[in-house]
Design a protein around this ligand. Structure first.
Ligand code: KIV
Length: 292
């Protein structure tokens, strides 16, 4: 991804001028870079992939993705839980720290878990700060207008925020099942209103999950900040997928919007079985793997 940034500079002589800086592709990606990456303004689509640990973050960064999301989806794909409700701020700090250790070029966004921004503005700021101290550059939280107060408070504490609308997994107890959201005209319009409110509150990017393409397209057109879709069609300004879905873990339970690019569960199992077999047959350790 290459971007041109117009930086205002004050030269030594005191004259104001502008300097065009071509962003080196190896430079770390920043919040302003993402904020201005709209496809309608000529930018290529953004890419975001989840990661939950050091080797995963290294793999994602090597792919050239723009953002790493330390998602609370780790509840399902790493901890084997049925939903994200069990995730605490301590769990998110732990995984964010591991991801940050990879020192990625990609911008690290960490999810604020359920009940870490619902109780008070003070709790929300303190919990967001824990994720920043663990190594994230921004936090993501779910919901629209009803999050007005906490979003303002977190932004006022200089912490950048990514919004999340549509299917919000932390609402699963209320929703009953994971399904496509905003299917009626009324709910589609409400989602667009929520998106505009989030933008006004200073959110710098917006995840749209499991909504009809027409709604995602309308939101993307209306907003000046980028939309990042997951199950929201191709008109968004970027796409996000969960690491384990993309790499083919638990394929039997994959959602319609997941494209599997490898079958690492099978490849990994085969390698592990080979180790078990080699030990049992005496093939491993060989002389080559032994200190003499
Ligand atoms: O937790 C997560 O992985 C997410 C993505 C599905 C966007 O929120």
């Amino acid at each position: 991804m290459s971007h041109l940034l117009a930086l205002e500079v004050v030269p030594a002589a005191g004259l104001r001028g502008t300097l065009e800086v071509s962003m080196n592709t190896l430079e770390r990606i920043t919040v302003p870079t993402i904020r201005f990456s709209k496809v309608k303004n000529g930018h290529e689509p953004l890419t975001m992939i989840t990661a939950y640990d050091y080797p995963g973050a290294k793999m994602v960064d090597k792919s050239g993705a723009d953002m790493i999301l330390v998602g609370d989806s780790l509840a399902m794909v790493v901890l084997g839980q049925p939903d994200t409700m069990c995730v605490t701020i301590e769990i998110m700090e732990h995984h964010t720290r591991a991801v940050a250790a990879a020192k990625s070029r990609a911008l690290i966004v960490a999810d604020m878990p359920w009940m870490t921004y619902h109780t008070s503005k003070t709790d929300a700021i303190k919990n967001a700060a824990k994720l920043i101290r663990a190594g994230a550059s921004a936090v993501k939280l779910e919901g629209g207008a009803k999050r007005r107060k906490v979003i303002t408070a977190i932004s006022d504490a200089e912490i950048p925020i990514v919004g999340h609308l549509g299917l919000t997994p932390q609402s699963i107890k209320e929703l009953g099942v994971y399904k496509v959201q905003a299917k009626s005209k009324e709910l589609g319009d409400k989602l667009i209103q929520d998106a505009l409110i989030l933008q006004d509150l200073g959110v710098f990017a917006l995840v749209l999950e499991a909504i009809p393409e027409s709604v995602a397209s309308a939101v993307t057109d209306e907003l000046n900040i980028p939309t990042i879709g997951i199950g929201a069609g191709s008109s968004c300004d970027g796409q996000v997928l969960v690491f384990h879905d993309l790499l083919g873990f638990d394929i039997a339970n994959k959602a319609k919007f997941v494209k599997t690019y490898a079958n690492l569960e099978d490849v990994g199992s085969q390698a592990l079985s080979q180790f078990v077999k080699d030990v049992r047959t005496g093939e491993f350790p060989s002389k080559e793997h032994t200190y003499h």
